[in-house]
Design a protein around this ligand. Structure first.
Ligand code: AKB
Length: 317
């Protein structure tokens, strides 16, 4: 990676991955692609930014040509809950947007990183220790777009030699930018509410386990996979990666170690609950560990401690 375009750079992952890439590869070499939300603060000041709506192939191509981009980190996407509410938009952004990025990458010889998700699985998948290669019959629009994206990236690699790579992210927990419209968002909201109000109403039922990861590990996964030797990569586009698995009761109990008065009750959202129940309880990420040395730094206790310390400071300002 030398000159990198990040689409969705103001989103949950992009707003932290873009500055990290600028730190490693140089500010001028990392172009923040923005669409409706304009960048602010450090993201805006520290390097170039350009309007890149991935559904407009001409816009993607003109930025790639202007900056002689060699790597596209394609993060612009519609998340699971919004995708269920707006399936047309999810198809347009997650499928047609990805297709445009792959076409530009093929034409201009760029490498591409695209995240897939635990959403690429469904109820007929083995939900415990979900294998790398297994049944994928998701019953959500988000899942349909994620499986199709995995296949499309494999196709562009095999057919055209595009250096496509990606991981199946679990729920990402972070303290800079809120996630927008996912099923796993409760695991972020719970920290804000615990610190601000000492209570949280969960829309996910007790006993519903999902894979999760702290943002520093999500960033590490993207960078390490893109820097890995291609000779070692058998899977390329859809590596299972995880760091922890919990249900609402387990994360609430961990938060109570720091905020003893924290109370939680439930008001279950049937749409997001059904999505969560169709996703793995915990994935087997041994292929990522073997093929490119994946290993997370944060498990539940370390992530919880860091989230509470960092957010308490941020929210007190
Ligand atoms: C979502 O909940 O939609 C995302 C994901 C797991 O892909 N966070």
């Amino acid at each position: 990676m030398k000159r990198i375009l990040v689409t969705g750079s103001v989103g949950q992952i992009g707003s932290e991955l873009t500055p990290k890439l600028r730190e490693i590869f140089g500010n001028a070499n990392v172009i923040a692609g923005v669409n409706r939300t304009q960048p602010t603060g450090e993201l805006k000041e520290s390097g170039p930014f350009e309007t890149v709506n991935c559904t407009d192939i001409k816009q993607v191509e003109s930025v790639v040509k202007k900056y002689k981009v060699d790597t596209i980190i394609h993060l612009a996407a519609i998340l699971s809950a919004v995708a269920e509410a707006k399936p047309n938009l999810a198809w347009e952004v997650n499928i047609n947007g990805l297709y445009n990025v792959l076409e530009v990458a093929r034409e201009h010889k760029c490498a591409v990183f695209t995240p897939s998700s635990i959403g690429a699985f469904g109820l007929s998948t083995p939900l415990d220790d979900t294998p790398q290669d297994t049944i994928q019959r998701p019953n959500t629009m988000y899942g349909v777009t994620k499986v199709s994206g995995e296949l499309l990236c494999d196709y562009y690699h095999k057919r055209f030699g595009v250096d496509t790579r990606g991981v199946r992210y679990p729920g990402i927990i972070s303290n800079v930018t809120l996630p927008g419209g996912g099923t796993t968002d409760y695991a972020v909201e719970i920290f804000y509410e615990a610190i601000k109000n000492k209570k949280y109403t969960s829309y996910i039922k007790a006993g519903t386990f999902l894979d999760m990861m702290y943002m520093p590990d999500a960033i590490k996964a993207a960078i390490e996979l893109m820097e890995a030797s291609p000779a070692k990569l058998e899977h390329r586009n859809a590596f299972n990666v995880t760091a922890m698995s919990f249900d609402p009761e387990i994360i609430a109990a961990e938060i109570r170690k720091h905020i003893p008065q924290f109370a939680m009750d439930y008001d279950v959202d049937p749409v997001r609950q059904a999505i969560a129940e169709s996703w793995p309880n915990n994935m087997d990420d041994s292929c990522a560990r073997e093929e490119w040395g994946w290993k997370p730094d944060y498990e539940l206790p370390a992530m919880t401690k860091d989230m509470i310390e960092t957010l308490s400071e941020k929210l007190s300002q």
